[in-house]
Design a protein around this ligand. Structure first.
Ligand code: DQA
Length: 141
């Protein structure tokens, strides 16, 4: 059975409550239940952290335990060379996902340090972007 980790960065624990006009009003836990039903053939695990070092630890661990990661680094996308280095260092594919279209928002969101080292990126498709990322990881992009 394939194992895929869904990894969410800072403030994504507030999905459903946080700026619903941008991120929708569904909690991630609720969406994750749907995701698991959509992919019964896959072992899907979910982890969220507001801390950069935690995300680094989890990615390193995922590198030897999972077949792929769907990663929404949230605001760290635009700041973290450390997370970029981890994505480069691990050997499994990491899909970058953003709920909103970062390229159509404020200028400071247009830079993604993750993009070049990710297997592929999905932006602006809402929560459905996670399902698309799982599908593409299973098909090897
Ligand atoms: C986000 C976009 C980021 O710019 C922002 O900091 C987030 C969420 C998204 O999913 O659209 O926290 O990654």
């Amino acid at each position: 059975m394939k194992k895929i980790l869904i990894l969410n960065g800072p403030n994504l624990n507030m999905l459903g409550k946080r700026q619903p006009e941008i991120y929708g009003n569904r909690s991630f836990e609720d969406y994750f239940r749907k995701l698991k039903k959509m992919f019964p053939q896959v072992q899907l695990d979910y982890y969220q952290s507001n801390h950069e070092g935690d995300l680094i630890d989890k990615l390193q661990e995922a590198g030897v335990k999972y077949d792929g990661v769907v990663f929404n680094p949230a605001a760290y996308t635009h700041t973290s060379i450390a997370l970029r280095d981890t994505v480069s260092a691990i050997e499994i594919p990491v899909a970058e996902v953003h709920i909103s279209n970062i390229y159509e928002r404020e200028k400071f969101r247009h830079t993604s340090y993750i993009k070049d080292v990710a297997a592929f990126s999905i932006v602006g498709k809402g929560m459905d972007g996670y399902a698309e990322a799982v599908e593409r990881l299973l098909k090897n992009n």
